[in-house]
Design a protein. Structure first.
Length: 325
């Protein structure tokens, strides 16, 4: 696959993104501006600058994986309703990946009309240059756009993966080429298993951001992300996006946390965290999460310790996604 061929394919994808579909109606750029002007929330979410990117984003973004119709086959109507609700309530950061089922395609039916007002992130699980390019091309076609605000190396967990990524024909080549061609603006690395691997990746390469697991139970894990990764990200001014904030709701079981205000409040109060992404099962849950984000105030040390005590016995409920390592 030559660079010229790749670039030509992306230009074709970009042409397809000129007009998109919201529901069953074609939306022009002028119409999209009117649509967005109707969706100015009465109360805005706090914003933070995402590390050295210079981009200011609300502290809550919408995740396109997990227990959400956005990533489920046969749930297009519900997915579109959820995405439109997110736009309505001021969500500007949308997260997806090449292997999140129909997630990219669902976003691609709605978001292109508002593209320049949004921050769109996708990911590749490929570790080689050509495989990463194939994922990127497919992601752009599904998302109906000709560029990504951020593109990340997905769930990197082992040293041999880092070796391949940074090898002669590794995926880092695709990142550098795509950035040079202005197909992606920023790059990142993600992980929810081994913080040491993410830390190595951040030390090895000037990524713009990282997406990592950070919740109120993480501190009790023998290899916590907060103490392993956040200091490095802070020192390098790397944007930090938190995921697994409520551990897919498992932290809300009786005897653990009271609700999202504690889960999100804790994670967003960790030093160096800029925002978080949380999936929603329905518009009502999304609206509830956004209410929490709008009223967020950083927690003090005493409040953080109290929440940590509540999660001390969470066990697998707090770190089920890490149990295989």
């Amino acid at each position: 696959m030559s660079d010229k061929t790749t670039r030509r394919n992306f230009l074709i994808a970009g042409t397809a993104a000129a007009v998109t579909v919201v529901g069953s109606k074609a939306v022009t750029q002028q119409q999209s501006q009117v649509f967005l002007s109707q969706y100015i929330p009465n109360q805005l979410m706090p914003e933070r600058v995402l590390g050295n990117t210079g981009i200011s984003l609300p502290i809550l973004g919408l995740g396109g994986a997990g227990k959400t119709p956005i990533s489920k086959v046969g749930r297009e109507k519900e997915a579109i309703a959820l995405i439109e609700k997110a736009l309505n309530l001021g969500i500007r950061y949308y997260d997806t990946a090449a292997d999140y089922g129909p997630s990219e395609s669902h976003f691609g039916k709605i978001l292109p009309a508002y593209r320049h007002d949004l921050f769109l992130n996708s990911k590749t699980a490929a570790r080689d240059r050509d495989g990463a390019w194939r994922d990127l091309e497919r992601s752009l076609q599904r998302l109906n756009t000709d560029y990504l605000d951020s593109w990340q190396l997905h769930h990197v967990s082992f040293e041999d993966e880092l070796d391949e990524i940074f090898g002669k024909n590794g995926a880092i080549k695709a990142i550098e080429e795509a950035k040079a061609q202005k197909i992606i603006k920023f790059s990142g690395i993600t992980g929810h298993h081994e913080p040491d691997i993410i830390a190595q990746g951040l030390q090895k390469y000037p990524f713009d951001n990282t997406l990592i697991s950070l919740n109120a139970a993480d501190v009790h894990h023998p290899r916590p992300f907060a103490t392993k990764v956040l200091p490095i990200a802070q020192a390098k001014n790397i944007g930090v996006i938190a995921m697994k904030v409520p551990a897919y709701g498992r932290l809300f079981k009786p005897g653990i946390l009271e609700g999202m205000h504690q889960a999100m409040g804790y994670t967003l109060s960790l030093p160096g965290v800029h925002c978080c992404i949380i999936a929603a099962e329905n518009p009502e849950q999304l609206e509830s999460n956004i209410r929490v984000a709008r009223t967020f105030q950083p927690l003090n040390e005493k409040q953080m310790k109290e929440i940590e005590q509540l999660t001390a016995n969470a066990g697998e409920d707090g770190s089920f996604f890490r149990k295989w390592t």
